[in-house]
Design a protein around this ligand. Structure first.
Ligand SMILES: NC(=O)C1=CN([C@@H]2O[C@H](COP(=O)(O)OP(=O)(O)OC[C@H]3O[C@@H](n4cnc5c(N)ncnc54)[C@H](O)[C@@H]3O)[C@@H](O)[C@H]2O)C=CC1
Ligand SMILES: O=C(O)[C@H]1O[C@H](OP(=O)(O)OP(=O)(O)OC[C@H]2O[C@@H](n3ccc(=O)[nH]c3=O)[C@H](O)[C@@H]2O)[C@H](O)[C@@H](O)[C@@H]1O
Length: 443
């Protein structure tokens, strides 16, 4: 299709997910206008450089400038588009439910703008929302603000993304499948057309009603976290069984196609802005409506237990007052995000237990220090962190740490203990100077 024959798209919320979606759509020929309440992001998109760490993002924005713009004016965004993707935050509340307050604000501004727009428009909710809310409060807010009924003149879809930070662009271009919850076939057809043009390899498209799509989104994340906690439960077992090695067991397990090898590494727990909260939301929903969610609840408990598991192990090797260097603070490598990071939680727990903790991260050190405050000290460099400690912990498996020089680990007549939570360091390289202990293997 030519750009002129494609639907024009607006993306509401130019954050970690919205900015890459806008850039990927523009790179596939769509004319895209971004809308955000944050002027910094709008200006940055117009200047061609977003302050978001995501591979390929700024290259795509720069290469597709002529089809990509951003505004703070909802009227402009609505007038210049046929479909609006809403990707605003849905923070968890104290009960574990996601709050729709930003989505409802977006319905209000989009709805008002739609009052003066002629012709068909589809509103697509991409933010993760609680099952049962697109067809109720979100639809009601859109209809009230726009003065239109969802139907022939106004489409509504729930269309979550299954992308992981650090590979957002690739995941958008090559998704396993596309999930569309639709108000009616006309709305779903337009969204399917957009995806079949946007994705490099045409994915299967699963179309359904809103609630099934909403449930599928949090079920995928909840199921995957179950796999991770299962692997961590195995790792805990292997720690205590002489000769056992969790990598050997999970490799064999994953070879069974009913199980599969992905997300089955027995190591630390899962963190980040999505996995922990989606799992908790799933369980909270089940409890609210009288269903059971024992698996999700156990998954969360095992995940939280990983912090105790590591601090218990540290206590075996080090007394309070010991200088510990903790390397890696982001919730996974290649991102500055520290939300629900196990490493950050471990750093706080060790500091509270009286250890002297120095932390290092290639990208996330400042963000982590904002959370940890003065409990810990930020390292001035990787080598100083390694040289000036009595116990070294590799908490997040950044590839950079593979290059640690064994000479930095030399201690006067003593061997350094290294707890390598993700089995990142090549143990043999350190054989002369340090004992590298991997979690998940019986010693
Ligand atoms: N980041 C991720 O890896 C994924 C996020 N999600 C979901 O996507 C949603 C957004 O997540 P992120 O992009 O990470 O959030 P983010 O916080 O990085 O970005 C959200 C953006 O929305 C803007 N915004 C807030 N209210 C607005 C409004 N009324 N109108 C216009 N813009 C508004 C903010 O200024 C911000 O730029 C959440 O529901 C999240 O659960 C889903 C899958 C993956
Ligand atoms: O709903 C979301 O927002 C997204 O959440 C995750 O994406 P993300 O959090 O960016 O990152 P992942 O790479 O999946 O890692 C999540 C966490 O799981 C951990 N993990 C991963 C794999 C594994 O075997 N074990 C394990 O603990 C990682 O270290 C990390 O802390 C999902 O992978 C995406 O499909 C989903 O769209």
């Amino acid at each position: 299709m030519t750009s002129a024959s494609l639907p024009r798209v607006s993306v509401v919320g130019l954050g970690k997910l919205g900015a890459p979606l806008a850039a990927v759509l523009a790179s596939r020929g769509f004319t895209v206008i971004g809308l955000d309440v944050n002027k910094t992001f709008v200006d940055a998109m117009n200047a061609g450089k977003m302050p978001i760490v995501e591979p390929q993002l700024n290259e795509l924005i720069a290469a597709n400038k002529e089809r990509l713009s951003a505004t703070m004016d909802a009227n402009e965004a609505v007038q210049k588009s046929d479909a609006s993707f809403v990707i605003v935050p849905t923070p968890s509340d104290s009960t574990g439910f996601f709050s729709n307050r930003f989505v409802l604000q977006a319905m209000e501004t989009l709805g008002k703008a739609l009052r003066t727009k002629k012709g068909y428009h589809v509103v697509v909710i991409t933010s993760t929302v609680m099952p049962g809310t697109t067809g109720t409060e979100i639809k009601a807010a859109l209809e009230a603000a726009s003065g239109r009924k969802v139907g022939p003149e106004l489409g509504l879809c729930y269309n979550p993304e299954f992308i992981a930070l650090g590979s957002v662009v690739r995941d958008m271009l090559y998704p396993d499948s596309i999930l569309i919850g639709e108000s009616d076939a006309k709305a779903g057809d337009m969204l399917q057309t957009i995806y079949l043009q946007m994705c490099e390899k045409k994915p299967p498209v699963q179309r359904m009603n809103f609630v099934n799509a909403e449930l599928t989104k949090i079920s995928v994340n909840t199921y995957v976290t179950t796999k991770i906690s299962y692997a961590n439960m195995l790792a805990d077992l292997c720690d205590r069984l002489p000769g056992a090695d969790v990598d050997v067991v999970t490799k064999a397990l994953g070879a069974d196609t009913r199980i599969g090898a992905k997300y089955l590494k027995g190591a630390m727990g899962y963190g980040g802005p999505c996995f922990p909260r989606d799992n908790v939301a799933f369980a909270a929903l089940a409890r609210k409506i009288g269903a059971r969610a024992d698996v999700a609840e156990a998954t969360d408990r095992i995940n939280n237990h990983q912090i105790e598991r590591v601090s218990g192990l540290v206590a075996k090797f080090a007394k309070a007052g010991t200088r510990i260097a903790l390397l890696g603070l982001s919730y996974k490598p290649q991102t500055p995000v520290v939300e629900e990071s196990h490493s950050v939680k471990i750093a706080a727990k060790l500091a509270d237990a009286g250890y002297i903790v120095t932390v290092h991260d290639p990208l996330a050190q400042d963000a982590a220090l904002t959370v940890l405050g003065e409990k810990v000290v930020g390292a001035s460099s990787l080598d100083s962190a390694v040289r000036d400690c009595d116990l070294l912990i590799v908490g997040t498996g950044w590839p950079e740490y593979k290059a640690i020089d064994p000479a930095w680990c030399k201690r006067n007549g003593q061997r350094l203990t290294i707890l390598d939570l993700w089995r990142t360091l090549p143990a043999d390289k350190f054989a002369d100077v340090a004992d590298v202990l991997y979690l998940g293997s019986g010693r």
